[in-house]
Write a protein that binds this ligand. Sequence first.
Ligand SMILES: Cc1cc2nc3c(=O)[nH]c(=O)nc-3n(C[C@H](O)[C@H](O)[C@H](O)COP(=O)(O)OP(=O)(O)OC[C@H]3O[C@@H](n4cnc5c(N)ncnc54)[C@H](O)[C@@H]3O)c2cc1C
Length: 402
Amino acid sequence: MTLTNWAGNTAFRARDVHHPTSLDELQRLVAASPQVRALGSGHSFNDVADTTGDLVILDRMPDAVEIDSAAAQVRVPARTTYARLAPIVHEAGFALANMASLPHISVAGSVATGTHGSGDTVQGLAAAVASLDLVTADGSLLTLSRGDADFPGAVVALGALGVVTSLTLDLIPAFEVRQYVREGLSADALADFDEIMSSGYSVSLFTDWRDTRVWLKRTEELTSPDWYGTRPADAPRHPLPTMPADSCTLQLGVPGPWHERLPHFRPDFEPSGAGDELQSELIVPREHAVKALRELYTIGDRIRPVLQISEVRTVAADDLWLSPFRGRDSVGIHFTWVKDPAGVRPVLELVEETLAPFDPRPHWGKLFTRWPSCPDRFRSLARRLDPAGKFANDFTRILLGE
Ligand SMILES: Cc1cc2nc3c(=O)[nH]c(=O)nc-3n(C[C@H](O)[C@H](O)[C@H](O)COP(=O)(O)OP(=O)(O)OC[C@H]3O[C@@H](n4cnc5c(N)ncnc54)[C@H](O)[C@@H]3O)c2cc1C
């Protein structure tokens, strides 16, 4: 049976798929293979994880999650999903600073593509990485930690430097969040964009570029009844207005643990149409957000026929070389498209053209057509750690200009 990504729009071309059961077996496999790549949980929408050689899936490796309470850190095996990790961390009295919209994704795969949630003061998931272990091209194990010269290049690295076997993540004290959905945010409210996005720990706008609803995740109760001219949803809502909300985390302002509120989707349900979608996301500097959003409103009629829903989120800057948030507080403008690649492509190109004046960066795990330039220092690092291009694939060859 052909192995595909979650959305089914990418069929992996790997000659062989391996499930190593120990570090030693993985190291031997990598050392012997001419072309190899790791697959996480396969949720990316492009061929970033593909290889024509050996694809390794780390789902049978030792799976112990180790919490160091004194250091407020957790060491996780690479293929661990956030759905498995979060309750363990919570049980120990800690939290991850943020989570993506769904917890089904693997830690290594998420970190490798710069995956993020929302929150003015919260960075992408990769910024929580304090150190990682990776099996490099000759099969040896390399540990890189914050403070090491190569570390900022090795966290968001698209699998191009080696197979990550474990990661150590920073933790913060566990906290409670209330999730509210507010409906009827008018386009005029963009004038208050900064205040709206800073009204919670994590704020998302869901829009079809006509009607906008707000997912507001706060540590405090929301007391203002007509918050920015909106009305409270009278029942739980799904980000797609036509879908039932069974798969969504608890709303209506009921307080609950961070990991049961920050993701939009519950771990025990498939998030939306179970793969019946495509996604793109362009990340622009925070200071251009309002202008960029206004431009998108002007092409709303072109976007809507192939759009399921858009989501607007904020992410704090980090210093990771390939991170879409490198050096700039950012706004992620996301598009969940219908599953029609040919119909979506010209609209995606139009969106990219419209956002081009705002210096956008693409989400590495989603669909895009305009490639950003690769920082020279990342190219040098990839060539030094992987001189023969063992971990290269079509995706990284374009990025690295090979
Ligand atoms: C329904 C849905 C919702 C989503 N929501 C969000 C969201 O809220 N925010 C957001 O930013 N993104 C979101 N995404 C995108 C998703 O987070 C990214 O595509 C992410 O990379 C998925 O993780 P994964 O484990 O499936 O990675 P994969 O797609 O399996 O792999 C991604 C990359 O990581 C590399 N990789 C994986 N494991 C390893 C390893 N052990 N060592 C080295 N490299 C490795 C792969 O080679 C590949 O290059 C969503 C995707 C879906 C399908």
